[in-house]
Design a binder for this molecule. Structure first.
Ligand code: GUN
Length: 280
């Protein structure tokens, strides 16, 4: 039986640490402010945006909300970002993705001042990560590192296999594990004999977006398994599952993250951490 890695608990610890830092800044008269921009009314995005605002409230930071209609133009969005870039009261800027059809997401990400890019998506911050410079790191992979460290998983020298190579998770994840001195392999849809590679992993991080794809046949006994996926079990159900088939893998893993309650809550906690730590 694997030990469960409790993302709910660890994310609350991180938010509580942020809360203390915000309170300490307030004593010196310093405020912390996140600007959140949503374009259109995608229901999932509205839920995420709301949760981000609630997290700001929890830690004592200010949140400024901006909503543009889906019919707004790229130029209007860029103008808003520019206004926030130039506003000294704004520490972090977050444009909720995906943007509605017709918007150029890459241009929008590049328009954010890298020193306010709390999502860590700007190419400057991606570059800083890859050469080991200080900068904002994408929240989900940063959250995985915190889950591992706070669960006393040794990373140095371990075989780490990352399944998935997205710009938001897989690639920064591999860079972060490298920074922690793991031996890192990145797998993807064209990997030949995926099982043979994942079976080598001491630490297996799965971010492929396919429900219950990784079963016990992909996992070495005693491995630490981190599941970044989140899916509805079926379209009419509220029940969630990850990219890992939990029932199959849990009996042989050493440690494992559940879905929900594993990686999920870490993303917003690390957003808060990025926001607050930008003041130090
Ligand atoms: N959409 C889904 N996840 C994220 C995220 O972490 N940041 C932003 N800006 N949009 C998202």
């Amino acid at each position: 039986m694997a030990e469960l890695i409790d993302g709910k608990l660890i994310s609350t610890q991180i938010k509580d640490e942020c809360k203390e830092k915000v309170a300490a800044l307030k004593e010196k008269g310093i405020e912390v402010t996140l600007a959140v921009i949503q374009v259109g009314d995608d229901p999932a995005s509205s839920v995420y945006v709301n949760n981000k605002k609630k997290a700001c409230e929890y830690i004592g930071a200010n949140s400024l909300s901006y909503h543009l209609e889906a019919s707004a133009t790229q130029a209007e969005l860029l103008e808003l970002v520019e206004k926030l870039n130039n506003d000294d009261k704004v520490d972090g800027i977050l444009v909720q993705l995906p943007l509605p059809k017709g918007f150029d997401e890459d241009e929008v990400i590049r328009s954010i001042n890298p020193d306010k890019d709390v999502d860590g998506f700007h190419p400057i911050n991606v570059g800083r990560l890859s050469i080991g410079e200080k900068g904002f790191v994408s929240c989900t992979p940063a959250g995985v590192i915190e889950l591992l460290k706070r669960s006393n998983v040794d990373i140095e020298g371990k075989e780490c296999v990352v399944v998935g190579r997205s710009n938001i998770v897989g690639k920064p994840m591999s860079m972060l594990m490298l920074r922690e001195n793991a031996t890192v392999t990145v797998c993807h849809s064209r990997t030949k004999d995926l099982r043979e590679v994942t079976k080598r992993a001491d630490i297996l991080i799965v971010a492929i977006g396919k429900p219950k794809f990784i079963d016990a046949s992909y996992v070495k006994e005693g491995a630490v398994v981190i599941d970044v996926g989140i899916h509805k079990v079926d379209p009419n159900s509220k029940k969630l599952c990850g990219d890992v088939d939990f029932e199959s893998v849990e009996p042989i893993a050493g440690k494992i993250t559940p879905v929900p309650g594993g990686v999920g809550p870490m993303t917003i906690a690390m957003l808060m951490s990025n926001l607050v730590n930008s003041k130090f």
